[in-house]
Design a protein around this ligand. Sequence first.
Ligand code: IVH
Length: 687
Amino acid sequence: MSTPELVQARLATLREQINLHNYHYYVLDAPLISDAAYDALLRELRELEAHHPELITSDSPTQRVGSVPASHFAKVQHSVPMLSLGNALDPAELRAWRERTLRLLGDVPIAYVVEPKIDGLAVTLHYHAGQLVLGATRGNGEVGEDVTANLRTVRSIPLALHPQPDQPDQIEVRGEVYMRLPDFAALNARLAAAGERIAANPRNAAAGSLRQKDPSITATRPLRFFAYQIAAQAGSIQPASQLDALHYLQRLGLPINREVQRFTDFEELIAYTEMWMARRETLDYEVDGLVIKVDDLRQQYELGVVGRDPRWAIALKFPAREAITRLLAITVNVGRTGVVTPNAVLEPVLLGGVTVSSATLHNADYIRNTGILIGDYVVVKRAGDVIPQVVAPVLERRTGTEHVFTFPTTCPSCGTPLERDPDGVAWRCPNLSNCPAQLVRRVEHFVSRGAMDIVGMGERQAELFVELGLVQDVADLFSLTAAHLDGVEGFAQKRTENLLSALDVARTRPLERLLIGLGIRYVGSTAAELLVQRYAHLDTLMQARADELQELDGIGPVVAESIVAFFAREDNRALIEKLRAAGVRFDSDHVREVRGDQLGGLTFVITGTLPTLSREQATALIQAHGGKVTGTVTKKTSYLVAGESAGSKLTKAQSLGIPVLDEAGLQAMLGAHIGIDRETNELEKSP
Ligand code: IVH
């Protein structure tokens, strides 16, 4: 094919695909692909058409506002078209948009407002003499659907406006109908329990709920509304700016979003948008981007509309959190406490900048409730630093070749019949002492960095040693000799020597590391630290009763019971004797040395990787100066100490306004340079 033919062919394919997706999205409320994938198609089509304007056809999807409205509602001709928004994907594209507004307005001062782009669906509300008389969806932007009866069930939409001295005779208000995340989760749980189809995300749930034929069903759906625009009004004062308009809407009794900011300095605006990437994670509703609008309504009018997008506003799109891909298989994984979890094997898909090829399916009930089949196209979601999860099947893409996943009734590793966890939905392999898969996970955990930190050991070696029968419990690691490792894959002489000396180092690790390594349920680094402060030797801890343990601030009844139960088990006691015989240290070197009280009364949370201190060392440092360290950020937290790759704790602290320190900041608080002696692992204070 020649180049023009290639372009023609690509244009035809793009148009066909976009039309198909428009139909599924707008008419069926059941998109086949993610928004990001759709946007990419549309962008490509726009760009190709911009380069080849002679090839634009009047029926190209770029030549209209939206798409076909579906049938079962009366049509509403919008008095003012409901526009869409141009997209910017990064600050450079935002600056380019700003340059255009400046050029068009002739270099005058321009103020902007930034609003969250609520991920719901746009509606328009007509009030006559203060009464809600008509509510419609956007439809194709020119013609929408009359969903008045359904909108009247949405409690945040006033049926009558609050009387005002400057009450408008008629006003048309635009805004977004959406669903909050907890409400969405509860709705899906309810639908699943009733054997009904669940929604893939809050937006689809909101759209589906609003387009119900029976308003009494809509009434049971937790829909909400934010107003963001006055489309038209008669007989009252006109607000001068977007901010004025929002305040006016608020006075009329309409809900507006609080997260609105005005900027005169565009670089400050850009910095603000960057801060939003983290704030997004803290909201209880989905925000898929930010809308940046020219604040002055006269300037908006002057800028006008090009095609279907206003020149006075632009959407800054956040990275996608959802993608659609194929579920190739479901594998089950046996964890270190015997919990059997299903995992999705996915056709690799790009999601928020990383390639995702596996995701969690939580548990057996989840698979049943969502109705996911092997072979389905599924919606995969990844939010913040949370591991990806499979959310829902895309039913429209079923071909009939998909099949039901049967959860195993016996452990895939040792064959023991699985038992239902009494305190939840999990299935568990009860063979705690002899299940090879559990043992591999336990060894992996024991040798990990946060626990005994045995350099040269990892998942591969754990699997290998268990498979070869070299270790039957974690204590066996310490009896490994060069003779055992002779001929083992990957263990040449040097590697063997390194491992043996790493094991010698591990023998001397303090008690808190051993406690973490034992994998007692609910005992991670925070609980282990608390325990060694009170019980400096394993033998005394083993004798502690649950009520004594609970006296420790931070150890609750569940954790206390779990510790007592662990040490009561015969096999665990035998394991501990084996560790003792192998020369593993049972005491802690933090017989708490008090170096000061600078941090007295303060509570810290540590997150991320600090440049020089390990988390344990930072904890010791804080405690040695009278401070307390806990694992969760609450209103009571005094400071968050954050290192590299800090995740949700940082976001939470920021949202609660809790001050955040880096390692240097922490040390500065201690008034002198205090560090950890890298040789002895002890606290040291430089003169
Ligand atoms: S202003 C000129 N403000 O985004 C268009 N839209 O892609 C007026 N949206 O259809 C839209 N939050 O459904 C505006 N704060 C906000 C918004 C918002 C969500 C949606 C709306 C619109 C779509 C445009």
